[in-house]
Design a protein around this ligand. Structure first.
Ligand code: AVJ
Length: 321
């Protein structure tokens, strides 16, 4: 019997990012590559950790204030979610705002189909129009929702993964996608005591470490790599100047390896920067939104002010004084 060989075609963008990132003067690999199947599972496990407060806090805020959001936006909107909702948060919003349609946007068709199916049981009569696209650029929304008012939804403080200038680009693209007069519900993580932040991104159970190190396993598996994964360790630091948590992979010894026939040498102590998670103060988040043409309508935060949900409105073009 012939052996069945499954040849997985490596993603050329992954290869390009990894090869360029490893060779860069300050080695760094874009955070989005952390989220393969295994990475997404590990992130899911992170959200269950006692130390990882964002998911729990944001979900509780949505539960507490979805009625307030609905009172401000009204019903009959087309809810447009950036990054398809595989989470528990989407149903909370949909239940409250009674939308006329739901449009999940995601770059992964698999995730889109899964989340569409997951919603049909609870919302059997809600029209769902998935869009497979990169939401970093303006997107043409489906014709079926053309006449409906739009409510964007971007939970999870995913905006924090981007450096502010890219975050503004994204918020502008969202405004262009949704159109004049549209609204946006966005979750943003707040600045808080460093011990709390560090525990959330370097948990004692080591799940975040496994999540970060999974990137090296993924490189080895998909890009013909031989990185000695045990020669690297997860590190999370608070960069106060940049107001962000950074995840790095630190070489604990000299490590030489090959990826896609290219040789790399990391001296002990050299690091690969793998993710940023920016934290915003009350005024910071407003400035970020305003810089992209979004005015803040309302904001809700928890007792500890660890997380905030903001309702923003696309500002009409107007003459500035
Ligand atoms: C999914 C990007 C919001 O930054 O908190 C969690 C990712 N990384 N632990 C975050 C993450 C390490 C998470 N986001």
């Amino acid at each position: 019997m012939d052996a069945l060989t499954v040849v997985t075609q490596a993603d050329p963008a992954f290869r390009a990012d990894v090869l360029a990132g490893l060779a860069a003067p300050i080695p760094a690999i874009p955070a989005r590559w952390l989220y393969d199947r295994r990475g997404s599972e590990l992130f899911e496990a992170i959200t269950q950790l006692p130390e990882y407060y964002p998911t729990r806090t944001e979900t509780a805020l949505l539960e507490r204030h979805s009625g307030d959001i609905a009172a401000l936006v009204g019903s009959g909107e087309a809810v447009v979610e950036f990054g398809s909702g595989s989470s528990a948060k989407t149903p909370i919003l949909l239940r409250a705002v009674a939308p006329a349609a739901y449009v999940p946007i995601d770059i992964s068709g698999d995730f889109l189909r899964e989340s569409a199916v997951a919603l049909t049981s609870e919302f059997p009569s809600l029209p769902v129009h998935p869009v497979e696209a990169d939401f970093m650029r303006p997107i043409q929304l489906p014709d079926q929702i053309a006449i409906l008012p739009k409510l964007g939804f971007f939970p999870g403080s995913t905006i924090g993964n981007l450096v502010p200038r890219s975050a503004v680009d994204l918020l502008r693209a969202m405004k262009e996608t949704l159109g004049d007069g549209s609204r946006l519900v966005i979750g943003m993580d707040r600045i808080k005591p460093v011990e709390v932040l560090l525990a959330a991104y370097d948990d004692p159970a080591g799940v975040t470490a496994e999540f970060n190190l999974n990137l090296l396993h993924r490189i080895n598996a998909e890009l013909e790599g031989d990185i000695p994964v045990e020669g690297f360790r997860h590190k999370a630091i608070w960069n106060d100047e940049m107001s962000r948590i950074e995840m790095h992979l630190d070489a604990t010894r000299d490590a030489a390896f090959t990826v896609s026939d290219r040789r790399f040498a990391f001296a002990k102590g050299a690091t690969i920067h793998t993710e940023n998670s920016h934290k915003y103060g009350h005024r910071d988040s407003r400035l970020l939104l305003r810089a992209a043409g979004w005015g803040v309508v309302a904001e809700w935060t928890d007792e500890r002010q660890w997380f905030s949900i903001i309702l923003a409105e696309a500002e009409p073009p107007r003459w500035a004084p």
